[in-house]
Design a protein around this ligand. Structure first.
Ligand SMILES: *Cc1c(COP(=O)(O)O)cnc(C)c1O
Length: 431
């Protein structure tokens, strides 16, 4: 790629069509089919057709979605999407939201609002005064907290040291007793409890209802939900039970570019307390023509100028409808179960997580192998699958053991893709 795309900055311009055609041709060998139906790595997803086409439209329109005056259509599309998603996720009436680049910035935005609110209750305006000299904020999170929550806490000046990591069960779910103890230890301190809906390895959910109840008994707390992909379970009558209690939280981070299958980049930060949300994010200058009655999108995000990414989410939601979103979620989860069924039926292959959602963790061993040999063999099976190219997936380390990690997140994956991929994985396991 460096050899074909690199070189010095040209002195003279070239015709646009030539540049684009040349780039398309030369970049092609370096383009990953991560939007395709047999891509099961990380938690990726593809693009439903309406969202992809609307993304082109969004680029062609080239709207700056920061201010209402710069794009009333973008502002109202986003307002509409917020209403629809509030309903789909059963979030409290009046909850506000910001459209951000992804889960990382959604967590950051939500936790900024959390920091603002818990410190305000402790008599400290962090937006005005900063953190120096502020009361110490405690963050309670599970051992399995996603790295982006930690990244957010670093950006927010709270750092790794503020986090009290509590024990989780065998699936990575926070243990309510451990949360209770941590809340007790934090009594008197402004406290944020960061929970997870959808563990990135197992797909499991923290017991949100229990945690919310415990947090309410604490003097000054805020419950955040990192639901980057798992929050979409709320859209399905079959899987909604996993997020029971979710509406009792204070903030929710999610991605549209994962399970809703819209193009990158698209995340959402929902915050119940719109006052805290805007106090954490809003800033103004004399030259900004702000609206007195309408939504100025930049007041809800860390970004100022930005892409009108709400159009794409709007198109995906309309093209799928309530039923289509539920179906998308359920289909992916059914495919994950089919993977688990096919793979665990073979000798030396075990599925080590409860397949509650769309994630499957698989272990490969040969007869009489030690744990270490099983680790090495599992990693080798993953490399062989990647080299074979029928499908793509990667690995993880869970509770000290190397595992294959399968995530079914793409709208276009069909049963036949799963059958073919499972066969290819089992072929890679055969000596
Ligand atoms: C993917 C993911 C994130 C980060 O989201 P990005 O969109 O990649 O920034 C955060 N939390 C969880 C649980 C995730 O799965």
């Amino acid at each position: 790629m460096r050899a074909v795309l690199g070189g010095p900055l040209p002195d003279r311009g070239e015709p646009a069509a030539r540049v684009v055609e040349d780039l398309a041709r030369k970049a092609d060998p370096g383009i990953v089919a991560s939007g395709g139906p047999r891509f099961f790595g990380f938690v990726i997803g593809g693009s439903v057709p309406a969202a992809l086409a609307t993304d082109w439209l969004t680029s062609a329109w080239d709207q700056n979605a920061g201010l209402f005056v710069l794009s009333p259509a973008a502002a109202i599309a986003e307002e509409t999407v917020i209403g629809w998603l509030r309903e789909l996720f059963a979030l409290p009436e009046g909850t506000g939201a910001g459209f951000v680049t992804g889960g990382q910035m959604a967590n950051t935005t939500c936790l900024a609002a959390a920091r603002q609110a818990v410190l305000a209750r402790a008599g400290w305006d962090v937006a005005a005064r900063g953190l120096i000299g502020a009361p110490r904020v405690v963050v309670i999170a599970g051992e399995e907290v996603h790295v982006t929550v930690q990244g957010a806490l670093r950006l927010l000046g709270l750092g790794d040291a503020c986090v009290n990591k509590v024990k989780t069960d065998g699936q990575g779910r926070m243990l309510p007793d451990a949360v209770r103890d941590a809340l007790r230890a934090a009594e008197g301190s402004p406290t944020i409890v960061s929970t997870q809906a959808g563990n990135v390895n197992t797909g499991s959910f923290d017991p949100l209802a229990d945690i919310a109840r415990l947090a309410r008994a604490h003097g000054n707390s805020w419950v955040h939900v990192d639901g980057a992909f798992g929050l979409w379970a709320a859209a399905s009558p079959r899987f909604r039970h996993l997020v029971e209690g979710v509406s009792a939280a204070d903030s929710w981070a999610t991605d549209a570019h994962k399970w809703l299958n819209v193009p990158y980049d698209s995340g959402l930060a929902f915050v119940r307390d719109t006052g805290a949300h805007r106090a954490a994010m809003a800033r103004t200058a004399a030259y900004l023509q702000r609206s007195t009655s309408e939504r100025d999108n930049y007041e809800w995000t860390p970004e100022f100028s930005r892409r009108a990414r709400g159009f794409t989410v709007y198109a995906a939601l309309r093209s799928l409808g309530r039923a289509g979103i539920a179906e998308l979620v359920e289909r992916c989860c059914d495919h994950a179960r089919l993977f688990a069924e096919r793979l665990s039926a073979a000798p030396g292959v075990s599925v080590v997580n409860e397949v509650v959602l769309n994630q499957v963790l698989v272990r490969f061993e040969r007869p009489g192998s030690s744990l270490e040999e099983g680790d090495a063999w599992t990693r080798q099976v993953i490399s062989r699958v990647q080299a074979d190219g029928t499908c793509w997936l990667s690995g993880t380390v869970w509770r000290g053991r190397s595992l294959m990690r399968i995530s079914v997140s793409n709208w276009s994956t069909e049963r036949e893709d799963v059958e073919r991929s499972a066969a290819a994985i089992l072929a890679a396991h055969r000596p």
